[in-house]
Design a protein around this ligand. Structure first.
Ligand SMILES: Nc1ncnc2c1ncn2[C@@H]1O[C@H](COP(=O)(O)OP(=O)(O)O)[C@@H](O)[C@H]1O
Ligand SMILES: [Mg+2]
Length: 260
């Protein structure tokens, strides 16, 4: 999936490390289905658990791989009991959360319930824009949506391309060969180009990303897969082929023959 010729922005490959204080704010990870978002979360969640941080994962899709990752990370950290799970559809497996537990004043109950009810003010688009405005780190995996591509590409700094044009010319006169003129010239040119054109974001291979970190650092990287790679068995979709088409019906005569 994607164009494998897209490679690093710099000269050579190296491990990418981001100082923790650089990702203390908001981090946006975008990518089309199958680009590698959940595998990116595997890495972030596991590292945070191993750093002994509290990790709360709210996953509307209920990705079982991600759940297993979090569970495994707690076990790896030597404290499997740290993993707790909540899903309204699986009460038997879920931890119980009682938002009304332990209160000092009865009015607290009402305000806690009110806090759980989504507010009606502002549209989803307004809220999304507000969130986008607060983002200080962006990791873009393969993005197909043109508007999102534009948003990412516009966040990236422009690149300056410097080139030197050298020219050389000479003229002679065949009737008077001693007359000779020549010239050389050199022109230094500088132009501003897009560091990563928006359309190219749609061609990033799985797990490859372009990231903009707070502080302005831009990197192009590839996520490692945590755990064992999946078996590559049965990855090809079977597309049914129509083996036999029904015979084309013979064209009916347009005008019925007049009865004899
Ligand atoms: N353990 C794995 N080994 C190899 N490929 C994987 C593994 N897990 C996921 N993939 C593949 O890598 C791609 C990215 O997966 P994923 O992170 O789940 O995508 P998404 O962005 O939809 O969350 C998908 O094409 C998926 O089939
Ligand atoms: Mg996913």
């Amino acid at each position: 999936m994607g164009a494998t010729w897209i490679h690093g922005l710099g000269g050579r490959d190296q491990d990418l490390r981001v100082p923790l204080e650089h990702i203390e704010g908001h981090l946006l990870i975008v990518g089309t289905t199958g680009a590698g978002k959940t595998r990116a979360f595997d890495l972030l969640v596991t590292q945070a658990v191993l750093r002994d941080e509290a990790v709360v994962i709210i996953d509307p899709k209920g990705d079982q791989d991600l759940r297993r990752t979090a569970e495994r990370a707690c076990a790896l950290a030597g404290r499997p009991q740290r993993f707790v799970y909540f899903h309204p559809a699986f009460p038997a497996e879920s931890v119980r959360i009682d938002p009304l537990h332990s209160f000092s004043r009865a009015t607290e109950l009402a305000s806690r319930v009110a806090a759980l009810i989504p507010s009606e003010t502002g549209s989803d688009a307004d809220k999304a824009r507000q969130v986008l405005g607060n983002i200080n780190n962006v990791v873009a995996l393969r993005v197909l949506d043109a508007e999102t591509q534009k948003y990412i590409a516009e966040s990236l700094p422009m690149a300056r391309v410097v080139s030197i044009m050298a020219a050389h010319g000479s003229t002679t006169d065949s009737t008077n060969p001693l007359l000779y003129t020549g010239n050389t010239g050199e022109r230094l040119m500088e132009e501003e180009v897009e560091l990563f054109p928006p359309g190219l974001l749609g061609q990033l291979p799985n797990f490859e990303y372009v990231a903009l970190w707070s502080g302005g650092r831009v990197s192009k990287g590839r996520l490692p897969i945590l755990g064992a790679p999946r078996e590559a068995v049965g990855t090809m979709a079977q597309v049914p082929v129509v083996a036999e088409l029904p015979p084309t019906p013979q064209a009916e005569p347009m005008v019925a023959a007049a009865p004899e």
